[in-house]
Write a protein that binds this ligand. Structure first.
Ligand SMILES: [Zn+2]
Length: 304
């Protein structure tokens, strides 16, 4: 019995559909514009899968058969998808000298909002990146779910580890000495080359408390950079920028992993993208994350 071309071609089209559904997170992490790829796969599958299945199941005896045309369209569409993915693939060139990077945040989602794209870029460049979250935000949302969401976001960014502590939300400033000791413990254990933390130019009292505690705990560390929060004041004036063009959609996905906070305006993809565009305009590129350096010891800044 002869197997028709349509029966053979239905298999990779079906696999593309299954791959797009199961591998959505991987796609978000590996390509710049995952939505464009997913839409292209959906369009191909919606048209070509039923066409190939129909032709494979019917027997044509007339002078005209649509099978060669559908087969050609299928091969071209699958090749086009492969080309689109390769065109959009995020650069993952490793640096010769990897560093250790620690991002410190007061609450779940702070690190993703402030420096998520930079962290993903650093991971892709071969650096070891970890995050420390001081509060699991029992008052600001579902205290049981948010640490889990931090882990989901950490997995998307491909962080080497995320530690969530349970200092009381909104009252971090009342535990200054304990905060300093907790951060010191992580700094001693991990010994990061670069520490990222909140800026002092922030309206949120917890963010300011973590900024001060990180500066005290990291007093012997050579590189400390302050990232931006949605509650940053107009005094937040970054003088160091990281090009996050390739990793902006990874950041959007990591922010969206905080399902408990969905609905807050600053969690919306448009706002995350808009801020990156604004900081990008300041840095004369398309998309950037901005930092206020406390001090920075490094080589070519963007590659760190
Ligand atoms: Zn916060």
């Amino acid at each position: 019995m002869m197997i028709s071309a349509s029966a053979v071609l239905a298999v990779p089209v079906g696999l593309a559909a299954v791959g797009a559904v199961l591998g959505r997170d991987l796609l978000r992490r590996r390509v710049r514009r995952p939505r464009r790829i997913l839409l292209a796969v959906a369009a191909c599958v919606a048209v070509l899968l039923p066409a190939n299945v129909y032709l494979a199941c019917t027997h044509h005896t007339g002078w005209f058969s649509a099978e060669p045309l559908v087969s050609l369209a299928t091969v071209l569409a699958l090749s086009g998808l492969g080309f689109l993915v390769s065109l959009d693939r995020i650069d993952r060139t490793r640096v010769p000298r990897p560093r250790r990077v620690l991002a410190v945040g007061a609450h779940p989602d702070d690190v993703e909002l402030g420096c998520g794209a930079t962290l993903a870029k650093l991971v892709d460049s071969g650096h070891e990146v970890r995050a420390l979250v001081l509060s699991n935000t029992r008052r600001g949302g579902d205290g049981g779910a948010r640490p889990e969401e931090v882990s989901d976001a950490g997995r998307l960014l491909r962080l080497a580890g995320v530690e969530v502590l349970s200092f009381p939300d909104t009252r971090l400033g009342a535990h200054e000495s304990d905060l300093v000791r907790a951060i010191e413990r992580v700094l001693d254990r991990f010994n990061p080359d670069i520490v990222l933390t909140h800026s002092g130019h922030d309206q949120h009292q917890d963010h300011r408390a973590v900024h001060l505690a990180t500066l005290r705990a990291g007093r012997r560390h050579s590189s400390i950079l302050c990232y931006e929060s949605p509650s940053a004041t107009p005094e937040f004036r970054p003088s160091m920028f990281v090009d996050v063009e390739d990793h902006l959609q990874v950041k959007v996905a990591a922010v969206a992993a905080h399902r408990d906070q969905r609905g807050k305006p600053y969690m919306a993809a448009e706002q995350v993208q808009g801020l990156a565009m604004f900081r990008g305009a300041q840095a004369k590129i398309r998309h950037a994350e901005g930092y206020e350096p406390v001090r920075f010891l490094g080589g070519p800044v963007d590659r760190w």
